[in-house]
Design a protein around this ligand. Structure first.
Ligand SMILES: NC(=O)C1=CN([C@@H]2O[C@H](COP(=O)(O)OP(=O)(O)OC[C@H]3O[C@@H](n4cnc5c(N)ncnc54)[C@H](OP(=O)(O)O)[C@@H]3O)[C@@H](O)[C@H]2O)C=CC1
Ligand SMILES: O=C(CO)[C@H](O)[C@H](O)COP(=O)(O)O
Length: 474
């Protein structure tokens, strides 16, 4: 796109909160003339602060906003997910022209996106569900973006999205994800992985603090060291920095005065719900969601803490921190593997046609789950694009094998001490189950047939069987 074309106002933003405001400025910085609309007074404030310095226009009337844009218009929505998205679309729709594009970049549920995609397709409007990740900073200086929708319409937005996205080795952290709601499905899964990694970091903190008795400075140093190695990631980086921040009110560390109840907006829960629907096991993500819910049971936890007593200090060997690094690597790898496995299955079930290597590639930069390990994931799926599970890759297998001893030591030591490490434990039990050639599920099948005549299959011949299990007295 030449500069004259970029200077034509064809891109608009609805919602100028944390994400919309920053993405709009990012687009303007990249030479795109952009128009913003927000129903609140934020709009006027925003354009007073930023309007003069950039190629920006702002409107508080939605009709003026739409009319200010040249066709085909591209309108990005960064408003809260849910009914507000529907209400904005119904306000916009009569004002639009066939061929215009709406991109919903909020964290919408992918089933809402499928519905909106079909409703707008009927009206000649291209609808993209585009996950965006990177928070405030990412939106401003380079997020990772996951657009799904009409492939031909993508050509209209490709250059702009590539320009504003984060870059890794010069490659943009955005790609066409696939048909329909695939963009939002992939973003939802990204957030599921985000929940899992955040919980693993919290459990590492628990082990260091309550298992080993480390103070915040020592904990900070461990995370800092890890962030200089193979565990390097955005979440590790911000976590190490959390332990540096002092509280103005008490003079102590801020982290120590934060209430231990973790909130959530729902994307992690959706990941688990969908995984159950399509029968894909993602127990680390499920456990991370449940653990946030457990954290909310503060009153009950305090009561039971008094009844059952504290965890013990861990009795550990000299190289325990190295074991913990291995355990973190192992559990983190399992969390990414489960997320990728979910995407692999969703791609088949929903006919998304996902390119797993490309997804790993655009997650290497800009997004919340960006991590050194994504380079390994990218390489594995590049080598074998239809890889069912990350652990079927021989390179990954080597690394997992090397981290197993330390993982078993950490998980068993923590469990023996009575420390809660639900996601580390879920990672290990998931792995141990996945590598079990013959599970005890034959017994489950026998029980189902016993009480409900649900039938079973045999290992020695084809067919469906039912047995008379009431033979004890015969
Ligand atoms: N914050 C983050 O780190 C990330 C957020 N997201 C997703 O992006 C979306 C936006 O998030 P975020 O920017 O944080 O949210 P904010 O609440 O900061 O911003 C949303 C903006 O939309 C405005 N708005 C609400 N209703 C309307 C309407 N009917 N017409 C026009 N404007 C409206 C709000 O105005 P008012 O405040 O007056 O209601 C507000 O200015 C959400 O879906 C979120 O889940 C995705 C990735 C990261
Ligand atoms: O999408 C995001 C990052 O990728 C958001 O920050 C996300 O909404 C955070 O989720 P939650 O509030 O449930 O922790």
């Amino acid at each position: 796109m030449n500069n004259d074309k970029k200077a034509q106002f064809a891109f608009g933003m609805v919602g100028l909160g944390t994400m919309g405001r920053n993405l709009l400025l990012n687009m303007a910085d990249n030479g795109f003339a952009v128009t913003g609309y927000d129903k609140s007074e934020k709009m006027l404030q925003f354009f007073e602060e930023e309007g003069k310095a950039h190629n920006l226009k702002g409107f508080s009337d939605i009709e003026d906003f739409v009319q200010s844009l040249q066709t085909p218009r591209t309108i990005i929505l960064l408003v809260p997910a849910g009914p507000i998205v529907d209400s904005v679309i119904s306000e916009l729709q009569p004002l639009l022209t066939k061929g215009d594009i709406i991109i919903d970049s909020g964290n919408s549920h992918f089933t809402d996106t499928s519905r909106r995609y079909l409703e707008l397709k009927d009206k000649g409007i291209h609808f993209f569900g585009m996950g965006i990740s990177g928070g405030e900073e990412g939106a401003r200086f380079g997020p990772s973006m996951m657009p799904g929708g009409d492939k031909q319409a993508y050509a209209h937005v490709k250059e702009m999205l590539e320009a504003v996205s984060a870059k890794v080795n010069g490659d943009p952290c955005v790609t066409y994800i696939g048909a329909g709601a695939s963009g939002h499905f992939v973003k939802m899964t990204h957030n599921g992985i985000e929940y899992a990694i955040m919980q693993l970091l919290a459990e590492a903190y628990e082990i260091l603090k309550n298992g080993l008795g480390y103070d915040n400075n020592q904990i900070q140093q461990v995370f800092e060291k890890w962030n200089n190695g193979r565990l390097k990631s955005f979440l590790m980086e911000i976590t190490k920095d959390v332990f540096l921040v002092k509280d103005d009110k008490t003079g102590g560390f801020l982290v120590d005065v934060i209430k231990d109840e973790a909130k959530s907006k729902g994307t992690g829960k959706w990941t688990s719900q969908v995984a159950m629907d399509i029968e894909m096991p993602i127990p680390i993500i499920d456990t991370a969601v449940s653990t946030r819910n457990l954290s909310k049971l503060k009153k009950l936890r305090v009561e039971l803490d008094e009844a059952f007593g504290d965890a013990e200090k861990m009795k550990v060997s000299a190289n325990f921190i190295d074991d913990l690094e291995e355990a973190f690597y192992f559990a983190m790898a399992n969390a990414y593997a489960q997320g990728m496995h979910l995407l692999w299955k969703a791609s088949i079930d929903y006919e998304y046609g996902l390119n797993m290597a490309e997804i790993a590639k655009i997650w290497r930069g800009g997004c919340i789950i960006r991590a050194e390990f994504l380079e390994d994931i990218y390489q594995a799926y590049q080598k074998k694009p239809d890889l069912e599970h990350l652990f079927a890759d021989s390179g990954i297998q080597q690394k997992i094998k090397q981290s197993l001893k330390g993982t078993r030591n950490v998980v068993s030591s923590a469990i023996n001490a009575g420390l809660a490490i639900p996601c580390f434990a879920a990672a290990l039990t998931y792995f141990d189950t996945l590598k079990t050639g013959r599970m005890p599920s034959n017994l489950t099948q026998a029980q189902r047939d016993f009480f409900g005549a649900h039938t079973f299959e045999r290992i020695d011949c084809e067919g469906i069987f039912h047995a008379n299990w009431n033979q004890k007295n015969s």
